[in-house]
Design a protein around this ligand. Structure first.
Ligand code: NAI
Ligand code: MG
Length: 794
């Protein structure tokens, strides 16, 4: 063959990576692995096993243990014992352990990369150049958080023992994302890898022990969904961190409801990939390759929904189809391929079925006309063009190398189409006009937005979703907080039950009666009669009627949520504007001290002195959030690329608030003020026994320039109205303070749209104590970080 001909067709043969070491490691274990508990491998107590396969050949790879209840118990005992000592180490000592793990990943990088490629089916080029280096980077970054823990997180303590359940698409990388922050901040771990891909976790645990990680700090229990469920339901575990399907995420939310376990869920996505007519089209075409054909498309944040502006759609599709023909699908260990094997036959079938459904629904199918390897689970790079926004392939996560595409006319329409999904993980925006790209990025409902780029990750930049893509962040400072809990909340006691006082003096006395004692609801800036036309009497501890409030119901909540939805522009008001309004509320409230203090005392039977203290603290708290409103800001990350990632706190949207029974005014303000300070709108259920301080507050809101719909107040039963809020699909988060039963109910009812829940599990706060009752602890829960990646240069 002449050199000229070679240059002409640029063909090249396979360049396989050697697998001797990797297979040697499996052989050393006789092809059989137990769990890794307390620093050593041990067989499953139940002696039940399953076989893990090699996706590229379909052949058997190893025999793994199925974790039983006894196995999980043993892992929890070992993790619990280790946690006390692990947390006692200095930050520096833990930093040295994490540093050792980072170095260990680098030293054994080749072995880890090959085992991963064989076990998962993904190309060695990706495991070697992406999974392994990023995993090491996570341990380096978190070695730093361990080192800085005492100074940067001095008001927090570790959560404790953490159960981590991970998927099969990035087995080692997801381990790193979960294990590194957990260990860095003083927690110990029970990790369950996905059943398709457990090997790198076992190899990691073995290497970590050899690198000096103390026994019990990292335990790996293998098995399927049932083993995962045992971890989720275990009483000895303080936190669950899960990455996987939205369906399983829902089950986990429901199972942990009311348990007090902290929870982070990183779930699925159907991320938009938006191409404007002024985009660098060749760049965008390469972007699609990275967005949907990276890792065979088995990527939670895959840019699987291409939206192209009409004027360039034809040109773009033509170039994309041409590019598809040059992709190579082959053996994972071949260094010259773009795509390897799908993880398992069941996933391949799922992809095939969905593609067929898409075609049946009218999509135009394009597939590369390339040869697929024989045997194993392979699928062609696929594009389904001209799909309808409601088509199943446009709404369901396919989790394979299949992009769908549709067109749009205006930026407005692009944003609408992009957000038209129950998910909210990531998005990619392509335009040479920086103003347009950033304008659109700001309006996309997603945890991560890449401008003229896609699938960029770094340990310093938090990753995670909105809506049904789950909650919590992995990486960065915000990710570190997911593995910590506030010291100030550590010694809260169970809240006492409030007995409803009985009315004792029914007959009037000689003082003139009040003219109308019924406070109405406050919805959309107006006082409103309760839909059911019922009122409830508010009775003082001495048995005197203090007033009446409306008995709100589900319909009133619906109206209030609609009003809050309508006030979305509050989220884009300037921080200065919001700050001013909070100060103004404080000013107007302070002008009515006597009235509010008398009302507090009359409802609660407390002394005027105690009522005054609560009133003064309330005014001060409004000032605190006026102060924070223009100071709770994001950061600019400088990830390892030419560019920046802007980490911006965004409001969660419409938040339902169920106020605690105690502190009728301060409790209300402590929850509402941080929410509105950062741009949320609230639907608030005031203290059930003492709602009048909140209803008196309308007139303060009315005179303080708070736009209609930003704060809505519905009085009535905390349980009933809480349920209506927690199950409402247009409510983005619920803050519920009250009984343990309320916490459990709200967490259970939140599964519909997987709203964020902030609740107290029936533990009382001391609202007078600023360490417990105000500050960034609340602002962090009132916001989500969105990372907007902006690479620069040509
Ligand atoms: P999955 O959500 O069932 O599995 C993820 C992990 O959860 C595995 O370790 C599994 O053993 C565990 N698990 C399963 N049921 C559990 C339960 N009831 N309690 C506790 N743990 C449990 O995902 P699967 O079945 O492997 O894949 C199905 C689909 O899910 C994919 O086609 C894809 O659409 C989606 N998926 C999304 C991922 C993402 O990163 N967003 C990752 C994996 C799957
Ligand atoms: Mg499953």
């Amino acid at each position: 063959m002449s050199v000229a001909k070679f240059f002409d067709d640029m063909s090249y043969g396979p360049a396989p990576e050697a697998d001797t070491e990797a297979r040697g490691w499996i052989k050393r274990h006789n092809g059989t692995f137990g769990h890794f508990i307390n620093g050593e491998f041990r067989a499953s107590s139940g002696n039940k096993t399953f076989v893990t396969h090699e996706p590229a050949t379909g052949g058997d790879l190893a025999k793994l243990a199925i974790g039983t209840k006894d196995d999980v118990d043993a892992a929890v005992v070992s993790a619990r014992k280790a946690q006390a000592q692990w947390a006692k180490l200095s930050g520096h000592q833990r930093a040295r352990h994490l540093y050792a793990l980072a170095r260990m990943i680098q030293r054994h990088g080749r072995l880890l990369a090959v085992v991963e490629a064989i076990d998962n089916g993904k190309p060695i080029r990706e495991t070697r150049d992406i999974d392994v280096p990023l995993a090491a980077r996570h341990f380096y970054h978190h070695a730093g958080w361990a080192q800085l823990q005492e100074s940067e997180f001095s008001d927090h303590v570790p959560v404790g023992v953490v159960g981590q359940i991970i998927p099969w698409n990035f087995p080692l990388l997801m381990l790193a994302w979960k294990v590194a922050p957990a260990l860095a901040l003083g927690n110990t771990v029970i990790l369950k890898p996905a059943e398709f891909t457990s090997l790198t976790a076992l190899l990691f645990a073995e290497l970590a022990a050899a690198a000096g990680l103390p026994p019990g700090v990292l335990n790996v229990v293998t098995g399927e969904g049932e083993t995962g469920a045992l971890i989720v339901e275990h009483d000895g575990i303080d936190k669950i961190a899960f990455t996987g399907s939205t369906d399983v995420g829902r089950i986990i939310r429901e199972k942990t409801a009311g348990s007090g376990k902290s929870l982070t869920l990183e779930l699925g996505g159907k991320s938009p990939f938006i191409v404007f007519d002024d985009a660098d089209l060749d760049g965008a075409v390469e972007g699609v390759v990275d967005a949907i054909w990276f890792n065979q498309g088995q990527v939670c944040c895959a840019g699987s929904r291409i939206l192209v502006q009409e004027g360039v759609a034809e040109k773009f599709h033509a170039r994309l189809r041409r590019r598809m023909q040059t992709l190579r699908v082959g053996q994972p260990l071949d260094k010259a391929i773009d795509m390897g094997a799908i993880v398992a036959p069941v996933q391949l079938k799922r992809i095939e079925k969905l593609v067929k459904q898409g075609v049946d629904e009218g999509a135009t199918l394009y597939q590369s006309e390339i040869e697929l390897p024989k045997g194993g689970s392979f699928f062609r790079p696929t594009l389904l063009a001209n799909v309808q926004p409601t088509s199943i392939v446009a709404t369901e996560e396919i989790f394979g190398p299949v992009a769908v595409s549709m067109t749009f006319r205006t930026p407005e329409e692009a944003v609408q189409l992009a957000n038209h999904t129950r998910y909210g993980l990531a998005a990619s925006v392509w335009s040479e006009t920086i103003g347009l790209a950033l304008h659109v990025a700001a309006r996309l409902q997603a945890g991560v937005v890449w401008v003229n780029a896609t699938n960029l990750f770094d340990a310093a930049a938090g990753f995670g979703g909105k809506k049904e893509s789950g909650f919590g962040r992995e990486g960065g400072r915000e990710g570190a907080y997911e593995y910590l809990k506030p010291k100030a909340w550590a010694n809260r006691k169970a809240r006492l039950d409030y007995a409803v006082p009985q009315l004792r003096t029914t007959a009037g006395d000689f003082a003139a009666p009040l003219i109308d004692r019924t406070a109405k609801l406050f919805i959309g800036g107006k006082q409103a009669r309760p839909d059911g036309n019922y009122n409830r009497p508010i009775i003082s501890p001495k048995g005197k009627l203090v007033g009446e409030v409306g008995e709100g119901n589900r319909k009133d909540i619906r109206n209030a949520v609609a009003a809050a939805q309508g006030a979305a522009s509050w989220g884009s008001a300037t921080a200065h504007n919001r700050a001013q309004i909070l100060y103004y509320i404080a000013e107007n409230l302070s002008g009515r001290a006597d009235e509010f203090i008398a009302r507090l005392a009359a409802q609660t039977g407390r002394t005027p002195g105690s009522a005054r203290a609560e009133f003064d603290a309330s005014v001060s708290r409004l000032f605190t959030y006026g102060a924070w409103a223009d100071k709770y800001e994001g950061v600019i990350h400088q990830p390892p690329l030419r560019g920046v990632a802007l980490a911006m706190p965004e409001p969660q949207g419409v938040v339902g608030v169920i106020c605690p029974p105690e502190a009728p005014l301060l409790g209300f303000i402590s929850l509402v003020a941080p929410l509105i300070a950062v741009g949320n709108r609230a639907v608030v259920v005031p203290s059930e026994p003492y709602p009048l301080s909140a209803t008196d507050f309308y007139s303060v809101l009315e005179t303080s320039d708070v736009p209609a719909g930003v704060v809505n107040i519905v009085t009535g039963s905390a349980m009933e109205l809480g349920k209506a809020l927690a199950s409402h699909n247009d409510v983005d988060a619920v803050w519920a303070f009250g009984s343990q039963a309320l916490s459990e109910m709200v967490e259970k009812a939140s599964v519909g749209n997987l709203k964020r829940v902030f609740t107290d599990y029936g533990k009382a706060y001391d609202w007078m104590d600023p360490a417990q009752g105000e500050g960034p602890l609340y602002l962090r829960r009132a916001t989500d970080i969105k990372n907007v990646w902006i690479p620069y240069g040509e």
